[in-house]
Design a protein around this ligand. Structure first.
Ligand SMILES: [Zn+2]
Length: 300
């Protein structure tokens, strides 16, 4: 059995959609590698807020670090809400071009900031409202319903699983680690197949002394497994922009090592052909290396 690897591309911001996505599409086409692009479809509050907070001169009297430590990051973001660019309305052409180039597409979110920071506090109605807004924008852009979704920041719970089931997705990819499964949350088993990301993300490795750039590609190669599909989540804003070169090196090294790149929707169909063989696992929130906060995963 060859080593198999699928790429999931999270697209978080307006700029990442406009700049990072077309560059990443070009790199993947050069290499002949498939990927699934998951779009943020509503207002870009995250990017706008962060840009503003860290813009030179925004805080003229106090250092940015001390402002953050005094008020807390969340308060600063809340206080800097501006008319946010609507990613779907501004980038429909870019998104359709991804599909027209033969790549799989799906939903990352409506409002990235809201889902990542507030999902765990939101009511079922609020979660449903977010996801229905994302589905409506996806349908407007692509002329067909989304068949897959992967949540911002791997934030998932029983409410989001319920609205995924209501959408009749082919599969979702909201969790970290392990083999594909049907999630059980708060005692309830959900019907949408979950395909976890199995590998660390670039941003979880970057900037750590044990992973200088020269060690990142060999590290990934050492993590690839032959006994289950490998899934790597990349970001249009990272691997499609500042770390484009390193990402291309990783793709080339995988190809040289004989890794077979597969599509997530093909993998989902292959798994669902033998639905009874897919295990049910408890979904829990847990910490992972190199990332702050908790992310969804399957219980050991
Ligand atoms: Zn994201």
């Amino acid at each position: 059995m060859p080593i198999r690897l699928a790429l999931k591309v999270d697209v978080d911001t307006d700029r990442g959609t406009r700049v990072g996505v077309p560059d990443m599409v070009a790199d993947l086409q050069d290499a002949g590698i498939p990927a699934c692009f998951l779009f943020s479809l509503g207002p870009d509050q995250t990017g706008r807020a962060i840009t503003r907070v860290f813009r030179p001169g925004f805080f003229s009297k106090v250092s940015r670090t001390s402002v953050v430590s005094i008020y807390g990051v969340r308060t600063l973001l809340n206080g800097t809400l501006l008319p946010a660019p609507h990613i779907g309305r501004r980038n429909a052409g870019v998104m359709r071009a991804v599909r027209d180039a033969g790549f799989e597409t799906g939903i990352h979110c409506h409002n990235h900031y809201r889902w990542q920071d507030y999902l765990q506090k939101m009511s079922l109605e609020a979660v449903r409202g977010e996801f229905i807004a994302a589905r409506a924008e996806y349908l407007r852009i692509f002329g067909a319903e989304a068949r897959t979704a992967g949540a911002p920041g791997w934030q998932s719970n029983a409410k989001s699983r319920q609205v995924y089931d209501e959408a009749g997705l082919l599969y979702a990819s909201d969790t970290r680690g392990g083999a594909p499964f049907f999630p059980r949350v708060d005692g309830q088993v959900f019907a949408t197949l979950e395909i976890p990301s199995t590998l660390p993300t670039f941003d979880e490795l970057m900037g750590r002394p044990e992973y200088p750039d020269a060690k990142i590609v060999p590290h990934y190669l050492s993590l690839l497994r032959a006994d289950q599909p490998n899934i790597l989540t990349v970001h249009a804003e990272i691997e499609g922009m500042g770390r484009r070169q390193l990402f291309r090196q990783l793709l080339a090294a995988c190809q040289q090592a004989g890794v077979e790149f597969i599509r997530l929707d093909d993998l989902a169909r292959e798994l669902l052909a033998n639905r009874a063989a897919i295990p049910v696992r408890d979904q829990v929130m847990a910490a992972i290396d190199g990332r702050s906060g908790l992310v969804a995963g399957q219980a050991a």
